[in-house]
Design a protein around this ligand. Structure first.
Ligand code: B1M
Length: 210
């Protein structure tokens, strides 16, 4: 019988091969892809996110769990596409122009993927036009921006303004990164701010359902 609980536990421990094996067994037994995703993988990644937020585990453990999640998604994604499983939404993610820091941004991307989102990662040094193009091309609901430098933070407001100038009123923006604060998010009229990767998932869910 499919072991979704064991899958979630193996994911929290970053046991990639075990997670992939359990996902394959569940697929072979005909467990719906949405059940595997939500009850097994997303459940496991939520635990990882919560432990990370409470400083019970740190960046390396999250990266190892995320690697296991990615391995599982490689075999689950085609099944999900065939079954027409809806993702929580699409998030366009990137570190803003002038900024090359991507470790935190990558963690956010992995946690969002673990939270059921499709993530379009534009990488680092991303100009406003590229965010706008991607959000249109992918019909994304959320743009998530990262900045690690006090000198690149202000660029986030250019992206927020570009979204508004393009009339994309249904697209929500969220920001994060070490120097970024809720106060700054309010100042530039971003729709959300997340202090860490785990909270980014909660904020993204809130923004897509708002
Ligand atoms: Co740079 N760097 N760096 N750096 N670097 C900092 C940020 C700095 C604080 C170091 C220092 O001086 N103490 C400083 C910034 C000072 C400032 O602006 N006030 C700095 C500087 C000055 C620079 C250069 C200018 C140095 C130089 O060349 N003179 C240069 C700039 C290059 C550029 O971007 N144009 C530079 C270069 C680099 C490296 C290339 C060497 C390397 C980056 C490698 C890479 O990312 N691939 C690097 C690194 C590693 C750091 C430090 C040491 C670590 C950053 C990191 O990865 N943290 C950093 C000092 C520090 O923070 N202790 C520093 C771990 C990561 C998990 O945390 O990114 O904060 P973080 O992400 C968190 C949250 O912030 C949040 O979630 C993550 C997980 O919880 N989060 C989001 C992040 N993005 C989010 C988005 C969200 C939500 C949450 O929603 C959308």
């Amino acid at each position: 019988m499919a072991d979704l609980e064991g899958m979630a536990v193996a994911l929290t421990r970053g046991k990639r091969d075990e997670v992939v094996k359990k996902v394959q067994e569940a697929i072979d037994e005909g467990v719906p892809a949405a059940t595997i995703l939500n009850d097994g993988l997303v459940g496991g990644m939520s635990v990882v996110g919560e432990r990370f937020r409470r400083n019970i585990i740190y960046v390396p453990e999250v990266l190892i769990a995320a690697r296991a999640m990615q391995g599982a998604m490689q075999i689950l994604e085609p099944v999900m596409a065939d079954a027409g499983v809806e993702r929580a939404g699409t998030v366009v993610l990137g570190t803003v122009k002038g900024d090359l820091h991507d470790i935190g941004k990558n963690l956010v991307g992995m946690m969002l993927q673990g939270g059921g989102f499709e993530v379009v990662d534009l990488g680092t040094d991303v100009p406003a036009e590229k965010f706008v193009e991607a959000v249109k091309a992918k019909k994304a609901k959320v743009i998530a921006m990262s900045a690690l430098l006090t000198t690149t933070m202000p660029y986030m407001s250019k992206v927020v303004d570009a979204i508004k100038a393009d009339g994309l009123s249904n697209v929500r923006t969220m920001i994060g990164g070490a120097p970024v604060t809720q106060r700054f998010a309010d100042e530039i009229k971003a729709d959300g701010y997340a202090p860490d990767a785990a909270s980014a998932v909660e904020i993204a869910h809130r923004l897509v359902t708002a």
